[in-house]
Design a protein around this ligand. Structure first.
Ligand code: NAP
Length: 283
């Protein structure tokens, strides 16, 4: 095997590349500086140069606010890139999102009708449509992510810790409406290591992976405050709607993956959070 991981500097891609390396699998991780993945020619050249046997696509613009305008570069990354990688023909794991659903009818099975609320969700849904029936493709939908990361503000979970520290004892408003299932990137990485050799053989199509603890950003903040030397009372529940609409509860059912016998049991939020926050503090 020789696995090409795109987006390997990101929250998820960094852990996927690390887990593959730790499993003794050769990995190539072209950087954004080396290859602009919005450029079809650059993608073709990258594939020719590295000739991977497998691809894991973790590159994306995942901030809904940055996707709303539908810029050409964002469409190229979120919609066209997965198809360009799939057309290469080797087994591909493409990462998608719970935001392909509107959050009104949780839990969602893999074959539930896609009904995104915002542009990010529509782009990720369109990417899925373009590749879901190809024989060598596995689409892994995941919800809000956190894990070892250099800059806490790059994850929607650890940014809460960064905001608490920055506030130096002052209050921080945190969304207390949307139900989220924070999912540890190290768990997803282990799940991908386990699935990847069987993509195109035993596994094809859409699968879900998710943590199982329902939380709002406010309850996440309350859990993390004491771990970083802050007071839980700094966290204030915010009940105002966000500017770009976000789904209420997109709980992804993991039943299909559990039934395969290949499922990696998610680490509890409390345990994974300590690993995440101490990894950063140790740097
Ligand atoms: N984060 C979440 O909470 C969440 C939730 C559900 C699903 N997902 C999905 O999970 C996957 C991974 O997300 P993530 O949170 O790990 O994202 P991330 O941390 O924002 O990382 C994105 C990666 O894409 C790379 N990238 C962006 N534009 C590029 C370009 N034009 N050319 C080459 N590389 C480019 C970035 O490189 P540079 O940093 O060098 O630009 C980075 O390595 C995505 O498919 C996302 O939609 C994420």
């Amino acid at each position: 095997m020789k696995v090409l991981v795109t987006g390997a500097s990101g929250t998820l891609g960094s852990q996927v590349a690390l887990a593959l390396q730790q499993a003794g699998i050769p990995v190539v991780t072209p950087t954004h500086q080396a290859v602009d993945l919005t450029d079809a020619d650059a993608i073709a050249k990258m594939l020719e140069t590295h000739a991977p046997t497998h691809i894991v696509n973790c590159a994306a613009q995942r901030r809904p606010d940055c996707c709303e305008a539908g810029d050409e570069a964002v469409i190229a990354l979120n919609v066209l890139l997965p198809k360009r990688l799939a057309d290469y023909g080797c087994p591909l794991v493409h990462i998608s999102t719970d935001y392909v659903f509107n959050g009104a009818n949780a839990p969602y099975a893999e074959d539930a009708r896609r009904c995104p609320l915002n542009a990010y969700g529509r782009q990720k849904a369109e990417a899925e449509r373009l590749i879901e029936d190809l024989p060598n493709v596995l689409i892994l939908r995941v919800p809000i992510l956190y894990g070892p990361i250099q800059d806490w503000s790059n994850s929607a979970v650890t940014v809460l810790a960064a905001n608490l520290l920055k506030a130096k004892g002052a209050s921080v408003m945190m969304d207390d409406i949307a139900i989220r299932y924070p999912t540890f990137t190290c768990d997803i990485a282990q799940q991908i290591v386990r699935l990847l050799p069987e993509v195109g053989k035993r596994f094809q199509g859409i699968y879900h992976y998710s943590g199982e603890e329902p939380m709002t950003k406010f309850t996440m903040g309350m859990t993390m405050a004491p771990l970083i030397g802050c007071e839980a009372t700094q966290c204030l529940p915010d009940h105002r709607p966000t500017q770009v609409p976000r789904p209420y509860d997109c709980h992804l059912s993991t039943r299909k993956l559990r039934q395969t016998g290949y499922f990696v049991e998610p680490t509890s939020f409390a345990v994974a959070l300590i690993k995440t926050l101490t990894a950063a503090q140790a740097e």
